[in-house]
Design a binder for this molecule. Structure first.
Ligand code: ATP
Length: 453
């Protein structure tokens, strides 16, 4: 993890937020390459979750909502974690994180956090009694700062989709089963943070609420589970590092009839990457009652009016980014080059799936002479119309290749002294290092085929 964290900073993927003022715990900023990787993750997800399906539509609800949403959903009362404080060093911890991990055995009763007596993991000090700590961030809406103006930063994107259900149903002309997808920021005032971008206080989610007839939930649940498996393959995660944990009833949220946590072998241990839950008709029923607006639909065949049930696959953007970077980050001692004796230091290759690579192509003229830089810049500019392109004419070609390998650029294109004669360039593949001569007027076609995106 330490190596990845310093790599992510050094190459401009992820920076600690407001770093020149000492940072802000569990908040990070995306650097020039980080924002590209992040956008690619979100675009790929959106493409497969919405664009490629005829049963999905998108939504972008606001972060701030009427507080009644959170009162009705139960978040104001229940979105809380068990907190303990060390009486000696005054550090605070999530009590359930201090317990031994729950074995993945259906029917297993969760150990009662109040009955077991763990000690402070930092100084072995005695801990206070457990109290519940609500992790929603509050702020005031408008110029008056009193209880009536309290609003919350949403702790999940899901509620935006439930409260808009009627609007979407009335306008999008969908039939049950269908789903709404949304990508957006969420905020949780987590008691304990850490592990880089794994547990943040400001993060982003990609969520789907899939609305079904009550009898269809199992089919939808299984099919979204398959979808999630395919997604994880697509983003380059090794299936041996992925674990599906059936959450026993005692540990499930009260509204969920079935939940599977998808966990990943992070360097700090096996931890939740994604979740899949069957939320019954809990949310729509609740908001129907809370708002006094029926959130129901009519079955056109039977004429029956019913509240749709919901299957929810949920994905953290930041945890995806962390898993993707960890999976792609490869080091090779002594480097891959067999031709030069000089380079025997460690080489880093970021073996990102091409669709996620921040920069798709790097244009590298073999010399700084204008006869090479001019056509090289022209090629770069043409390709920019379609892809993120880097242009680099500084340092030896070997070093420039390594700079691009390190950030995962799938293709490097060298412009050499033959280019003027044969109107062709050399394309080098990041993973195989194989080189191919390609005519300049065929370059777009070549890259379109090879980048598959
Ligand atoms: P955890 O048990 O790790 O606290 P959770 O079960 O509370 O997570 P959900 O409420 O199911 O998480 O949130 C859906 C997804 O959002 C998670 O699977 C995860 O990918 C992401 N996520 C949740 N909390 C955070 C956080 N604090 N920082 C980054 N991502 C998060």
């Amino acid at each position: 993890m330490d190596e990845l964290i310093s790599f992510a900073k050094r190459r401009g993927f992820i920076f600690p937020s407001s770093e020149i003022y000492g940072g802000l715990n569990a908040i990070y900023d995306m650097g020039p390459l980080g924002v590209l990787l992040r956008n690619n993750i979100k675009q790929l997800w959106w493409k497969h979750a919405v664009q490629m399906r005829d049963d999905m539509v998108g939504l972008d609800a606001s972060i701030l909502m009427n507080s009644k949403v959170w009162e009705t959903s139960g978040h104001v009362k229940l979105f809380a974690d068990p907190l303990v404080e060390c009486k000696k060093c005054h550090q605070r911890f999530r009590a359930d994180h201090l317990l031994p991990p729950t074995p993945a055995v259906p029917g297993h009763e969760r150990e009662d956090v109040t009955s077991s007596k763990p000690r402070c993991p930092e100084c072995e000090g005695e801990l206070t009694e457990v109290r519940m700590f609500n992790t929603m961030f509050k702020t005031n809406f408008g110029p008056v700062e009193d209880d009536s103006s309290v609003v919350y930063l949403r702790p999940e994107t899901a509620q935006g989709m439930f409260v808009n259900f009627k609007n979407v149903w009335d306008t999008a002309r969908m039939k049950i089963p269908f789903g709404i997808a949304q990508i957006g920021k969420a905020f949780r005032n987590e008691i304990t943070t850490g592990n880089f971008i794994f547990r943040l206080r400001e993060f982003e989610q990609m969520e789907i609420e899939y609305f079904v007839k009550p009898t269809q939930w199992e089919e939808a649940f299984n099919s979204w589970l398959e979808w999630m498996k395919q997604w994880m393959t697509m983003i380059g995660l090794d299936e041996k590092k992925i674990h599906f944990r059936e959450i026993p009833e005692a540990d499930r949220a009260h509204y969920s009839k079935r939940t599977i946590d998808i966990e990943y072998d992070f360097p700090f241990g096996q931890s939740e990457l994604y979740g899949l839950a069957y939320r019954t008709d809990f949310d729509l029923k609740n908001h129907s009652q809370g708002s006094k607006k029926p959130l129901e639909v009519r079955d056109l065949q039977t004429n029956e009016v019913f509240t749709p049930h919901v299957v929810e696959p949920t994905f953290g953007v930041d945890r995806t980014m962390l898993a993707v970077l960890l999976a792609a980050y490869t080091t090779i001692e002594g480097g891959r080059s067999t031709t030069t004796e000089a380079n025997k230091e460690q080489e880093v290759i970021l073996r990102l799936p091409k669709a996620l690579a921040p920069i798709k192509v790097a244009i590298l003229p073999l010399s700084k002479k204008e006869e090479l830089t001019k056509p090289a810049k022209e090629i770069a500019q043409q390709l920019r119309n379609k892809w993120m392109v880097a242009y680099d004419d500084v340092a030896s070609i070997g070093r420039r290749y390594r700079r691009q390998d390190e950030i995962g650029t799938p293709y490097c294109i060298t412009v050499d002294f033959d280019t003027a004669k044969d109107h062709a360039v050399t394309v080098r593949d990041r993973d195989t290092m194989a080189q191919e001569r390609v005519a300049i007027d065929q370059l777009q076609q070549y890259l379109s085929t090879h980048l598959e995106y």
